[in-house]
Design a protein around this ligand. Structure first.
Ligand SMILES: [Zn+2]
Ligand SMILES: [Zn+2]
Length: 278
């Protein structure tokens, strides 16, 4: 039987709800053979995940999900099988951490102006001393009754042109790719169908991504419809990119996204795992 892969997951090191150990234990219980931990702009959960993966006898790929900017638009690039101790990567993570903190304070201020009390402090309390993301703000807004679920919060408050959106200057896309490659990793465009951009902009991005050394694209994600898988697969074929499969699991509150329960990779696509078995 083919091994079961989930190459995009989050822990409490960023905005996931399970600790790295809990995530690995759950992954084992869900029948996953190869798991990548890919927290937002941090590798601080990797060491614990690696230790637990040894105990659970499951293969763990150290990873990261970098926020990057390209032509004034934001994208997420997943790095798989990276060296979390790479110096340049660690330095960049530290810089982004400062950026994220500044952004979080500004989001809190703007939400305050639209009537959400104490958002920064409550989000910070949920995140502890880990990376603060918009998902933490989403939980605060749900708790305070401003929306019923994460999707609604993002749609009403946290995306472009909404009261809690703050434009952030992330690292450049080509610099992000270089960082991951220099750390020994493979670069994957995360959830290609979730950027609220037109198909032609996505194609333009993919040209630049490929030219900068991008390796693959998530063809199968935890929220992909059959149509979205077909579209992502056609992008992979057109730009000669490998296909990756990752749930983007954050925890059990996101009831529509399940750990490791992913649709199969279309036959026409070269899966990224061939890269490791070659
Ligand atoms: Zn993402
Ligand atoms: Zn993610």
């Amino acid at each position: 039987m083919c091994p079961v892969y989930d190459l995009h997951t989050h822990t409490t090191a960023s905005d996931g709800q399970l600790s790295p150990e809990e995530l690995v234990i759950q992954a084992r219980a869900c029948g996953i053979d190869v798991l990548a931990v890919t927290d937002h702009d941090t590798t601080s959960g990797i060491a614990q995940a690696v230790d637990e993966a040894q105990r659970q006898n499951i293969k763990l790929l150290p990873g990261i999900e970098l926020s990057v900017s390209w032509r004034d638009k934001d994208f997420h690039i997943v790095g798989l099988d990276i060296d979390p101790d790479n110096k340049a990567l660690k330095k960049s993570i530290q810089k982004t951490r400062v950026l994220r903190e500044e952004r979080a304070i500004e989001i809190g201020k703007r939400l305050g102006e639209s009537g959400v009390a104490n958002a920064y402090h409550e989000a910070r309390e949920i995140a502890g001393d880990h990376t603060l993301t918009r998902s933490h703000f989403a939980r605060v807004l749900i708790k305070q009754g401003f929306a019923k679920d994460t999707r609604e919060v993002f749609r009403k408050y946290l995306i472009h042109n909404k009261p809690g959106f703050v434009k952030t200057k992330w690292i450049r896309m080509d610099d992000g790719i270089k960082l991951i490659k220099d750390s020994g990793g493979v670069t994957i465009l995360a959830h290609p169908m979730r950027y609220h951009i037109t198909a032609s902009w996505l194609r333009r991005f993919l040209v630049a991504f490929k030219e900068s050394g991008g390796n693959g694209i998530e063809v199968v994600t935890g929220s992909s419809t059959a149509d979205e898988i077909r579209m992502a697969a056609s992008h992979a074929e057109r730009f000669k990119l490998m296909g990756s499969a990752g749930s983007d699991f954050h925890g059990f509150d996101d009831s529509w996204i399940k750990l490791g329960q992913l649709a199969g990779m279309p036959k026409s696509i070269t899966p990224v795992w061939e890269h490791w078995s070659a």
